[in-house]
Design a protein around this ligand. Structure first.
Ligand code: ZN
Length: 148
């Protein structure tokens, strides 16, 4: 199996079996994001306690890239501090080529420590889909800004 095939499997698995689906009635942060180019929607509830994200719930619809990215994001941010999430988000942006050559990140392996998210790195070859992959992260930033 090629690396591309492996990545495709990981993305499809998250798309078909999205992690942390649902809503939280006790959320401390909420945000909704849309990507009109593709028709993607992501709605995010989360709970932050003592500077740490303890719960995340996602609903949404759209293409496999946007929904798989949302599932992977929820998986990786639960239990992390705001600072750790900022670092993950920075690595994700570097992997997707969203920031011009971030000097703090090894350009040969920007997806390191991103877990399943590394499977999305092939998306950067398709600039129009980068917005799909980044939608959950942009929505997360907004949800972290404060109360619903
Ligand atoms: Zn999309």
């Amino acid at each position: 199996m090629s690396l591309d095939d492996l990545y495709r499997e990981v993305i499809l698995d998250h798309y078909r079996n999205p992690r942390h689906r649902g809503r939280l009635d006790h959320a401390t942060g909420h945000a909704e994001g849309q990507n009109p180019l593709c028709g993607d929607e992501v709605s995010l509830d989360l709970v932050v306690e003592d500077g740490r994200v303890t719960e995340v719930a996602v609903t949404g619809q759209g293409c496999s890239i946007s929904q798989a990215s949302a599932s992977m994001m929820a998986d990786i941010v639960i239990g992390k501090t705001i600072e750790e999430i900022a670092e993950i988000s920075r690595r994700f942006r570097a992997m997707m080529d969203l920031d011009e050559g971030d000097p703090g990140i090894d350009a040969s392996r920007p997806g390191e420590a991103l877990g399943d998210l590394e499977a999305l790195q092939g998306v950067r070859r398709f600039p129009v889909r980068i917005k799909c992959a980044n939608l959950p992260w942009a929505t997360l930033q907004e949800a972290l800004q404060g109360p619903a």
